[in-house]
Design a protein around this ligand. Structure first.
Ligand SMILES: C[S@@+](CC[C@H](N)C(=O)[O-])C[C@H]1O[C@@H](n2cnc3c(N)ncnc32)[C@H](O)[C@@H]1O
Length: 262
């Protein structure tokens, strides 16, 4: 499978191509998943796979999908969204005039749009700036388009589905007012552009950092928590965990939901 390249060479070339340091992902998991993708797509090995990655955007998108199991759905994990809708978002709307929200590793937009749909329930869409970011250009392009297969919308409450989507040719299209509410940009969680932005009131970084090495996870949690306004919320994935959150001035309210204390 390896042709004449090993993973060290592949990671080096990939870093030069994309600026993403694969060395900061968990090695065995990442190497296994890349190996699976190479076999599945029928490449001889890492070198020919890389040569195609350079010229084929769809393959690069598939690669990012494979790296982090890119599936996402609207209102993923009911417990979390129930808490957001019934407690966290009302609390934020009571405490702050304007909310800055950031969905990091937003995939195809399911997560930031779910937040927009909840805010709309409180007639508060105009009171928030929702930013969403991902490393994957193609995912961002699809997020901006906001066209979804029915299985991505299974958890959307029926009243919201009716109000916010139109159905055509087997797909659901999100209404323009919600699309406009979210600003997408490319951002690498491993990069260093965390500074120079307004403090956030709600940050979602879900099902992304579990793929990174433990020291990298800690670094990300430190960066992200420093961006959160006291009283703001930090939401992570259900399989993710922040060890000793008080180090980052975070209090665990329920699993996956943290509040910035100071
Ligand atoms: C499993 S999806 C999570 C989607 C959504 N947050 C959720 O929980 O449903 C992981 C996303 O993280 C993105 N990702 C992977 N590495 C990243 C990095 N270094 N910086 C930013 N995004 C990254 C992937 O492209 C993918 O869209």
């Amino acid at each position: 499978m390896n042709e004449n390249w090993d993973f060290i060479r592949f990671k080096k070339e990939f870093y030069q191509l994309t600026g993403l340091d694969l060395g900061r992902y968990k090695d065995r998991q990442m190497e296994r998943r890349i190996g699976q993708l190479i076999d599945r797509e029928g490449y001889e090995g890492l070198c020919s796979f890389f040569n195609d990655l350079k010229v084929n955007d769809d393959l690069l998108h598939k690669f990012y999908n494979y790296l982090t199991i890119n599936t996402s759905v609207f209102f993923r994990d009911s417990k979390i969204y129930d808490y957001l809708q019934d407690k966290a978002i009302p609390d934020l709307l009571n405490s702050f005039k304007h909310l800055n929200v950031w969905s990091m590793g937003c995939s195809h937009g399911e997560e930031p749009y779910s937040i927009a749909l909840i805010l709309d329930r409180y007639s508060a869409l105009q009171r928030a700036d929702i930013m969403a970011s991902d490393i994957d250009d193609k995912a961002l392009e699809m997020a901006r388009e906001a066209k979804y297969a029915p299985n991505q919308l299974e958890k959307v409450p029926p009243d919201i589905l009716k109000k916010a989507f139109t159905q055509q040719n087997g797909y659901y299209y999100l209404a323009a007012e919600y699309k406009k509410a979210v600003t997408y940009k490319k951002h690498n969680l491993l990069g260093s552009i965390y500074g120079n932005i307004s403090l956030m009131h709600l940050v979602l970084c879900r099902n992304v950092f579990i793929y990174f090495k433990v020291d990298v996870q800690e670094w990300i949690v430190e960066q992200v928590s420093s961006l959160i306004h006291p009283g703001g919320y930090f939401i992570i994935g259900c399989a993710e965990f922040i060890n000793k959150p008080e180090r980052f001035k975070l209090e665990r309210l329920i699993p996956s939901i943290y509040k910035k204390t100071g």
